[in-house]
Design a protein around this ligand. Structure first.
Ligand code: PLP
Length: 430
């Protein structure tokens, strides 16, 4: 039996139930939350949507990272999900931080990070943030332009600079090459300018784009990085830091290379091209955060859209299409659909008062369902064509793997950030 290391799980034990899997554990937490709301008697908190944030997933992902990339130290990309407990937990695991602003640097420091474990990974920095980094001893930072070098010379002349280079991000879900990264043709000028200004270039960084399952993109950029290390050495720089950025998915998708497969290519290329006196770091964001978060929301409205849908001859959808209105919104919890066009996998959480978290509902008839978010913004749609059993007002649905690039976004249309229930499932089987 798993070792139980938090209050809720101990409570479960005292009820003489055994919880061994993560699914059972999360189900227990959710059931407990929903049951505890029954007595709230129409108080506003009775039916508000809520999140379960499982810190144990950070632990699992970190173990996998260490297995697959033992030589590469992760600096978690704070922008991906800057929840304080996530940052504190990662600090305890020994993970560093990639910060993109003064606020993120401040947050990482408050969560216990040592300045030497922070990289200011933004190539175009606000002056006051750069000064903040200098005052707090955050030395590592990226650049990709001559103007940034002049700014750095003025405000932080002894910063440790990594030249961020352009990658082929065409295979990533979200390319950022248009915005950041110097082309190889600019490298000589940048190195030369840094030399003239007597700045300290310590290495190379890149980012292959977020959601990249193309190991070739990493491989090709690693080769270019090697070329730059050699050129920098000829100019008298002592480069000893390589930053391979982020881009890794947080869960495996059918038909795409797994994390293990991609990292085996990276591991080999890094070892071949960079001897062990070069320190290698990375900036994974979604890899760590994605699977931490489950969003639970209630059906607050329903409409029958059509009795007869002639375009749809799929027998298990019946001839009906329903629209549901739920009490959460696209622009915060589901923002990954907004930014990355991700398909949200909505499932039934509680039907007619029975918690069915983790069940597939395979035997139930499914209907084509459009699920709208709670604002009057016409784009606030969580799913255009979910396949759901018939739901009633008051039933609950949930979606997993929404921890990346979502809950940090704005409180759209006056909606407050929902309650977050923090749990740690690391003691259970996955
Ligand atoms: N580092 C930088 C500079 C980024 O711009 C990003 C994302 O945009 C990340 C790291 C994190 O990327 P990911 O979440 O794909 O791992």
């Amino acid at each position: 039996q798993a070792t139980l290391d938090n209050k809720e799980a101990q409570l479960q034990l005292s009820n003489n139930n055994t919880v061994t899997s993560r699914t059972d554990y999360i189900k227990y937490i959710i059931k407990n939350e929903l049951e505890s709301r029954v007595n709230l008697n129409n108080h506003i908190e009775q039916d508000d949507c809520f999140f379960v944030l499982d810190l144990g997933q950070l632990y699992r992902q970190h173990q996998k990272w260490k297995r697959c990339l033992p030589r590469i130290k992760p600096y978690y990309a704070v922008k991906c999900n800057s929840d304080q407990k996530i940052l504190e937990y990662l600090t305890l695991l020994g993970v560093g931080f990639d910060c993109a602003s003064g606020f993120e640097i401040q947050k990482a420091l408050q969560c216990g990070a040592d300045p030497s474990n922070i990289i200011y990974a933004h190539t175009c920095k606000q002056a006051s943030y750069l000064q903040f980094a200098a005052e707090n001893g955050v030395r590592k930072m990226t650049f990709d332009s001559v103007d940034e070098l002049y700014k750095t010379k003025k405000l932080y002349p002894n910063a440790e600079l990594l030249l961020r280079i352009l990658t082929d991000d065409s295979k990533a879900k979200w390319g950022i090459g248009l915005k950041y990264g110097a082309p190889m043709a600019d490298v000589d000028n940048l190195l030369q300018t840094a030399k003239t200004l007597d700045l300290n270039i310590v290495g190379v960084s890149f980012h292959v784009g977020s959601g990249c399952s193309d190991a070739g993109a990493y491989h090709d950029t690693l080769r270019n990085s090697r070329i730059i290390f050699d050129r920098a050495k000829q100019l008298g720089f002592n480069c000893n830091l390589l930053d391979i950025g982020g881009g890794f998915f947080g869960v495996d998708y059918p038909g795409k290379p797994t994390f293990e497969q991609i990292t085996s290519v990276i591991r080999e290329a890094v070892d071949q091209l960079f001897p062990h006196d070069v320190q290698v770091i990375a900036e994974p964001g979604r890899y760590y955060a994605t699977s931490t978060l489950t969003v639970c929301c209630q059906v607050v409205g329903r409409k029958l859209l059509s009795e007869l849908n002639e375009d749809n001859d799929d027998s298990d959808t019946g001839n009906k299409t329903y629209a549901y209105y739920v009490n959460d919104i696209l622009h915060s919890s589901f923002a990954t659909r907004l930014f990355y066009s991700d398909v949200i996998d909505l499932r039934v959480l509680m039907k007619n008062g029975v918690c069915t978290y983790g069940n597939c509902h395979n035997n139930e008839q499914k209907f084509s369902s459009r699920v709208w978010g709670h604002t009057d913004e016409p784009g606030d749609c969580l799913s255009e064509n979910a396949r759901l059993p018939l739901l009633n007002i008051g039933d609950w649905i949930y979606a997993e793997n929404l921890g990346a690039y979502a809950i940090t976004t704005c409180h759209f249309s006056g909606f407050e950030r929902p309650k977050i229930i923090y749990v740690d499932s690391k003691a259970y089987h996955h």
